[in-house]
Design a protein around this ligand. Structure first.
Ligand SMILES: NC(=O)c1ccc[n+]([C@@H]2O[C@H](COP(=O)([O-])OP(=O)(O)OC[C@H]3O[C@@H](n4cnc5c(N)ncnc54)[C@H](O)[C@@H]3O)[C@@H](O)[C@H]2O)c1
Ligand SMILES: O=c1ccn([C@@H]2O[C@H](COP(=O)(O)OP(=O)(O)O[C@H]3OC[C@](O)(CO)[C@H]3O)[C@@H](O)[C@H]2O)c(=O)[nH]1
Length: 387
């Protein structure tokens, strides 16, 4: 006899149907796994691809068979979208071009994907009184105020100048020719549109600002399950370098700082948002781990140590190499200097805190990477390249 699951206010959680746009991606695949294995909810999984959720869709003997349906569609131009949103109680929009290598090289696609293509999703939810959870990014904060202070200013030590807080921190981007910011600016404007639909038309919305969620199935390994010339996000870039026994490339010396949170911790936060609408509606949430801050150089050093443990292979004599952002990303790149999430609002509303240390999440993730890719890379490296 299944026990009734209760929300944070002690009320029974009723099963719902969720229209998840971008369900075939990194976050979507982990969210689908969580929903299928731990809840009674149904998922309409919309995406152009389903490689990362195939294990949830087949065979028909799976315990959740019938609770997840995959719909292969591109929301840019598909008349089925409104009907699928109307069939669901809640829409979660994850769809985006969200790899920094694209922002300054494909700025139009980036802006269309993160703003224009999201417009009908917001419109259909608002017009049909459907709840929306929209995925934005920590990148909407851009650069910290601290980064503009003189290097010797004592104010640099004051958290007010670098901790990022949903309801008070400004959004600070570089100049227009720094086209890296095409993504963050598109995300900022869609946030403002969602917020305005809430204020003017009563849309029940929640906005999520992920702070570098990492884990298995993030992006792709170039030349194995993605284009050889592709440039994924840093976890996959560094994993690819480690798997191929190449030095890890540190853009502009790897001085930028990031906080990384384990995907499985972050998905717990999303499930709390889904199942506690009274506590989540109307809020913007930072979802990250302020305890896991490193420079990119420190991340490279830690991943090198963990990979040596996981693979049994000794590290290279020179495990890293500095590269310029112009060489690595091209013209128009710029960067966030530091991303520490303020956790006040998510603690108060949902009582959520991350659990997993950076070392532990890298251990489980690099174990997955090595198990999944090492053999394919070994074969690719011995095969003579076409002359
Ligand atoms: N992973 C993170 O750390 C992180 C950080 C900040 C923001 N985000 C945001 O979270 C969301 C999900 O990120 P992710 O890491 O899972 O990325 P992802 O690239 O793995 O997943 C995005 C998915 O959306 C799909 N998609 C894109 N355009 C589509 C379209 N027009 N029609 C249908 N499907 C489409 C893609 O096929 C892909 O499967 C994105 O909005 C991203 O901006 C993620
Ligand atoms: O080989 C590499 C790859 C990257 N870097 C540097 O690492 C930092 C992080 O880069 P990345 O993971 O690609 O992405 P960002 O953190 O800059 O931005 C992402 O964060 C959230 C999201 O919105 C979606 O995931 C996206 O915008 C950065 O400093 C790179 O220059 C490296 O040194 N070497």
């Amino acid at each position: 006899m299944a026990t009734t699951r209760m929300d944070l206010d002690g009320r029974p959680i009723k099963p719902i149907t969720i229209c998840m746009i971008g369900a075939g991606g990194f976050i979507g695949s982990h969210l689908c796994e969580k929903l299928m294995s731990e809840t009674p909810h149904k998922v309409l999984a919309l995406d152009v691809y389903n490689d990362k959720i195939k294990h949830l869709l087949e065979p028909d003997s799976l315990p959740w068979a019938g609770r997840i349906q995959f719909h292969r569609l591109n929301i840019k131009h598909d008349s089925r979208l409104e009907g699928l949103i109307k069939m669901a109680d809640l829409t979660i929009n994850l769809a985006a071009i969200c790899t920094p290598a694209d922002y300054n090289t494909r700025p139009l696609d980036t802006i269309y994907s993160n703003f224009i293509d999201a417009l009908p999703v917001v419109k259909y939810c608002s017009e049909n009184n459907k709840r929306l959870i929209h995925f934005s990014t920590c990148e909407v904060y851009g650069k910290t105020i601290q980064s503009f202070l003189p290097k010797d200013s004592p104010l640099r030590q004051d958290p007010a100048y670098y901790v990022l807080k949903e309801d008070t921190s400004p959004c600070i981007f570089g100049s227009i020719e720094k086209q890296r910011w095409s993504y963050a600016c598109a995300k900022q404007l869609i946030e403002r549109l969602v917020y305005a639909e809430g204020a003017e038309n009563g849309l029940e919305f929640t906005i999520v600002r992920p702070f570098n969620w990492i884990g298995p199935r993030m992006d792709f390994i170039p030349g194995i399950d993605g284009p050889s010339e592709g440039v994924p996000r840093v976890l996959a870039c560094f994993s690819n370098n480690l798997l191929r026994r190449e030095p890890l490339k540190l853009v502009d010396g790897g001085q930028s700082q990031r906080t990384f949170v384990y995907i499985k911790d972050a998905i717990d936060a999303v499930l709390l948002m889904i199942e506690n609408p009274d506590r989540a509606n109307g809020h913007i949430f930072n979802v990250g781990n302020p305890n896991n801050e490193v420079t990119v150089r420190q991340l490279a050093e830690m991943m090198t140590k963990v990979y040596t443990k996981v693979s049994g292979e000794p590290a290279l004599e020179s495990p890293t190499i500095d590269v310029s952002s112009k060489e690595f990303y091209g013209e128009g790149y710029d960067d966030s200097d530091k991303r520490i999430p303020d956790m006040t609002i998510i603690n108060k509303q949902l009582g959520w805190n991350p659990k997993t240390s950076l070392w532990d999440l890298l251990d489980s993730t690099l174990t997955y990477q090595h198990r999944t890719y090492a053999e394919a890379i070994r074969k690719a490296m011995v095969k003579p390249t076409a002359s």
